[in-house]
Design a protein around this ligand. Structure first.
Ligand code: FUB
Ligand code: ZN
Length: 622
């Protein structure tokens, strides 16, 4: 199911009864609530070591880069003094906020008082740099406050949005609200300056919209939600197009038409993702079916015509975004890490709006492939661009001049626990399979459960209800991934045949703590053909097993690229190799004279440099 490959095509435009622009805010349209990262402690053999390395290595790399190798913290110190030279790019503050958000998530699984002190120290410096009127942005404080709010492209609201996200995460993780108070003052400053009857404004890089919704939820103040909606509705009316640097047309900024009229993804990929997240959040709270209809159109355009098999998006380096439908070159693919993380964020929201598992299928694809490839196995190097083919010269780096992707990886990895579960009135939703203990407080009930699994290496999952404060939820909904063709489920050893609703097996009749659910999903190697309109993949096939897309690397295939040829008569064997790449399931062709070897795409470029390719030449017979 994507533009780049065939699977079952699911186009299910939800029909919504809510009226456009209805003002009632009594109830969100979201079909379910996410279970916050702070309630889920992830500890399995796949994610556990990654989260550990994130805490021990990734954050240390980011902190070192932010404090010592670059002047990002110095910018805050100078801005607090009100004098000095700004260093770096005008939106570098955002990397500090994103790393801080990553620290907040990390503190849940890895409490660390020294790290928390570091975060508090950063927050003190941020707060000290805030201007008396609430404005905060080191670039303009140090280069001339008189120029602030004159150029839509200068990311002032983007930086503010990342600050708000960090503030909300840090409050959830630690209970400390100093940065939240700073954020409130900045949000109030923005609302004093812009809004109905005040100045027009179109943020050139979205992010503030979703952040204002978070701020609204954290403070209970609907005015921030209203501001998010106002900003979304500013787009497409000519208010922003004169403010940029003149390099790009309005479509690059998603400012060429009102958001509710959008039909096709266009322009810069990360901006699109953050925009769609903001639209979904506002639509849910405002019960706006116009936004939701636009999101469904956009989702089809992304998932069916513009997405790589890795869940990556954005084929063009030129605009860090889109060209035309089905233009999905492999070697030149841009697939920015931030955009894959954006796909995770947006699809989580679409799932919450609709209760449809197809969004988690895309989320999982982006999470395990496009996004996870963005960070090295040791956690100390990052990809910005994620091609699906390389001649051996594309490598992760410790940092980038524009460091949006390293800081994105630093907040994405430890946030994965927040995508595992959802709750609705009388149901617990299990979206993703990863080992964790969760303490879920929702609907007046507190539920403790343990999920155990070797996923993504096999498809066996056990969920044990450890305790429940009152009656069990009426339903437990287990996602049956789209890649899975055959599965079974047992409760307390008894095989069930539950109904499946929009990709979820609906288990009812659970009564008590100690109830145990076992899900088995067959996980064979799948040979995937691209949509024939993707010229780059004509005559090629890719391998996928469970949620993981596989690739061939030179080091495992010394016979050269031609040795990875796939044919219709191939059979495959899988082999868990615990000494390779941190422990992976290899795939080998079990037929043909010279077996070819394939590794998960996320793990490429962690050994000796060499060529890599996801799509292999295919012939009907060998
Ligand atoms: O402009 C901020 C971030 O830097 C964007 O999201 C990335 O694409 C990179 O350009
Ligand atoms: Zn990035």
């Amino acid at each position: 199911m994507s533009s780049q490959f065939y699977f079952t095509i699911l186009i299910a435009l939800a029909t919504l009864s809510a009226c456009s622009n209805e003002s009632g805010r009594e109830r969100s349209l979201m079909r379910m609530e996410a279970v916050d990262f702070s309630q889920v402690s992830v500890d399995d053999d796949f994610w556990g070591p990654r989260l550990q390395r994130h805490a021990s290595t990734t954050l240390a790399v980011c902190i070192d880069q932010i404090e010592n190798q670059t002047g990002r913290i110095r910018n805050f110190e100078l801005a607090a003094l009100g004098r000095g030279e700004h260093s770096g790019i005008f939106f570098d503050d955002s990397d500090v906020y994103k790393a801080l958000e990553g620290i907040a998530y990390s503190l849940i699984n890895h409490p660390d008082s020294a790290l928390e002190r570091k975060a508090d120290e950063w927050i003190d410096k941020m707060a000290a740099s805030q201007q008396p009127d609430g404005y905060i942005n080191t670039y303009y404080v140090l280069t001339g406050l008189e120029n602030r709010w004159t150029n839509m492209d200068k990311h002032e609201m983007y930086c503010a949005g990342h600050m708000i996200e960090a503030a909300v995460a840090y409050l959830q993780a630690t209970g400390k609200r100093k940065l939240l108070d700073v954020s409130i003052r900045m949000a109030d400053h923005m609302m004093d300056t812009f809004g109905p009857g005040k100045r027009h404004w179109v943020p050139g890089h979205e992010e503030i919209e979703l952040a204002l919704v978070k701020l609204s939820q954290a403070t209970g103040q609907t005015k921030y939600l209203d501001m998010a909606e106002w900003l979304l509705n500013e787009r497409g009316h000519g208010h922003g197009s004169k403010g940029g640097d003149g390099l790009w047309d309005p479509a690059y900024y998603q400012d060429d038409r009102p958001v509710r009229e959008m039909t096709d993804i266009a322009g810069h990929a990360v901006r699109c993702m953050y925009l769609y997240c903001g639209m979904a959040d506002v639509a849910a709270m405002k019960r706006d079916s116009g936004y939701i209809a636009a999101l469904h159109r956009l989702w089809d355009d992304v998932a069916l015509r513009n997405m790589y098999i890795t869940g990556g998006i954005g084929s063009s380096r030129h605009n860090e975004g889109f060209t035309e439908d089905y233009d999905l070159p492999n070697r030149e693919a841009y697939c920015e890490t931030c955009a894959s993380v954006g796909m995770v964020m947006w699809n989580a929201r679409m799932n919450r709006l609709t209760g449809d598992g197809k969004y988690i299928d895309v989320l999982e694809r982006a999470m395990y492939n496009g996004a996870l490839a963005g960070i090295s196995l040791e956690g100390n190097r990052f990809f910005y661009v994620n091609p699906l083919e390389s001649d051996g010269h594309h490598h992760r780096q410790e940092w980038y001049g524009c460091a949006c992707c390293p800081s994105q990886a630093s907040r994405f990895l430890p946030s994965v626990g927040g995508y595992v579960y959802g709750t609705s009135e009388d149901a617990l939703w299990v979206h993703l399979y990863m080992g964790n203990t969760a303490e879920i407080n929702a609907g007046g009930r507190s539920l403790r459960l343990r999920q155990s699994t070797r996923y993504p290496w096999d498809g066996d999952v056990e969920i044990e209800i450890l305790s429940v404060s009152s009656a069990m939820p009426g339903e437990i909904r287990l996602r049956i991934p789209q890649w899975c063709r055959s599965w079974t489920v047992e409760v307390n050893g008894r095989r069930l045949s539950p109904p499946v609703d929009k990709g979820y097996a609906v288990i009812t009749g659970l009564r008590q703590a100690a109830d145990r659910i076992r899900l088995h999903m067959d996980m064979p190697v799948e040979v995937i053909a691209a949509d024939p309109r993707v010229k780059a993949n004509l005559g090629k096939r890719a391998l996928q097993r469970g949620p993981l897309v596989y690739c061939a690397e030179e080091i495992d295939n010394p016979g050269g690229r031609s040795s990875t040829l796939l044919s219709a008569s191939d059979s495959f064997e899988t082999l868990f190799a615990d000494s390779i790449l941190g422990g992976i399931n290899l795939i080998r062709t079990a037929s043909g004279p010279e077996p070819a070897t394939f590794i998960p795409y996320y793990a490429w470029d962690n050994r000796r440099a060499g060529w890599m390719q996801v799509w292999q030449t295919f012939s009907e017979d060998r």
